[in-house]
Ligand binder design. Structure first.
Ligand code: BDR
Ligand code: CA
Length: 312
């Protein structure tokens, strides 16, 4: 069972990912070692309290939650209130959690846990990559300390979701993403090309809402806000639960298809800053850039069925 250190910006699909991971933990199929939060959908302190709220609902009260970077490395901070609500959980107005974040910061927690469990942990990042970049700068041997790094981010052939060409997690901190994708660790990127085809429809959301469990009702409630926001890009009620796909691929890579390519982030483009570029040439003349495993396709039915079963 993979031992997961999650970095996130909770956020509705992040919250669904936490609920999904909680069911895996209970089934003995994964361990959730700790969570760190980063600016992105909301501020990281808000994201940390949301994380605690969700973990407490799911009955996981022992998982440490650390607050991370409050802003990107080289641009102003920007939140995604339109998609996730000003509270990050679809304006649900949940009460304060009982727990509190731990004292150390999320980048420090990444370094500490990497050192304590060298080669054992999966670092699952489903928000902007600022915490990972800071950890890389502080601990140059970090790339050797993790078994795997799984990142939700980027868009290649698929259109962007925050600008015409950029995906939100990369666009929120392009410099950090450029560092993380070039660090030379065993990294898999799960871009919009893989997540968008997994969009759940109204029928899936209805089946979730009809389930007779508190977790399912909570999941359905926050997803309804998200599904309304998603009408803008899908043209109908539905939702792309990006982050949960990255979690599922971290636990069972067999439902994905992958390409191996060097990946870079455009940092200076007038209209393309934050866009991911992959080098598809069979020969690469920039041989110094490490190869990244990119999820390019996924068994959509397996994703939707497993996620629904877990949340119900
Ligand atoms: C990513 O952006 C965020 O809004 C989501 O939580 C997800 O991690 C999708 O582009
Ligand atoms: Ca996220």
């Amino acid at each position: 069972a993979p031992k997961i250190l999650l970095d996130c910006d909770t956020g509705i699909d992040d919250a669904i990912t936490l609920l999904y991971l909680a069911t895996l933990v209970k089934a003995g199929e994964a361990e959730l070692v700790a969570v760190g939060t980063v600016h992105g959908n909301v501020a990281p302190d808000v994201g940390a309290l949301n994380t605690l709220r969700v973990l407490e609902r799911a009955g996981l009260t022992e998982v440490p939650v650390a607050v991370g970077a409050v802003r990107p490395m080289a641009q102003d901070v920007n939140y995604a209130h339109d998609w996730h609500g000003t509270d990050g959980l679809g304006e649900t107005g949940l009460p304060e959690p009982a727990g509190r974040p731990v004292e150390i910061s999320a980048p420090e927690q990444i370094i500490r846990l990497g050192r304590e469990h060298p080669g054992e942990l999966t670092l699952l990042a489903v928000g902007p990559l600022t915490n990972l970049a800071i950890a890389l700068l502080l601990e140059p041997s970090l790339p050797t300390l993790f078994r795997e790094v799984m990142v939700m981010g980027g868009a290649f052939d698929h259109q962007g979701n925050i600008t015409s060409h950029a995906e939100a997690n990369v666009w929120h901190d392009p410099e950090a993403a450029e560092l993380v994708l070039g660090a030379g660790w065993p990294i898999t990127l799960v871009p919009l090309d893989a997540t968008h085809p997994t969009a759940v429809d109204g029928g899936w959301l209805d089946r979730l809402a009809e389930a007779d469990s508190e977790v399912a009702r909570f999941a359905a409630r926050i997803l309804e806000f998200y599904a309304t926001a998603y009408t803008r890009s899908l043209g109908k009620r539905g939702a792309v639960i990006h982050d949960a796909l990255a979690a599922m691929l971290a636990v069972d890579p067999s439902i994905g298809e992958y390409a191996e390519r060097p990946v870079r982030v455009e940092l200076r483009g007038e209209r393309t800053r934050g866009t991911t570029l992959w080098d598809r040439r069979l020969y690469a003349d920039e041989g110094d850039r490490p190869v990244v495993r990119v999820a390019v396709g996924v068994d959509v039915a397996a994703f939707q069925d497993r996620l629904l079963a877990a949340l119900r």
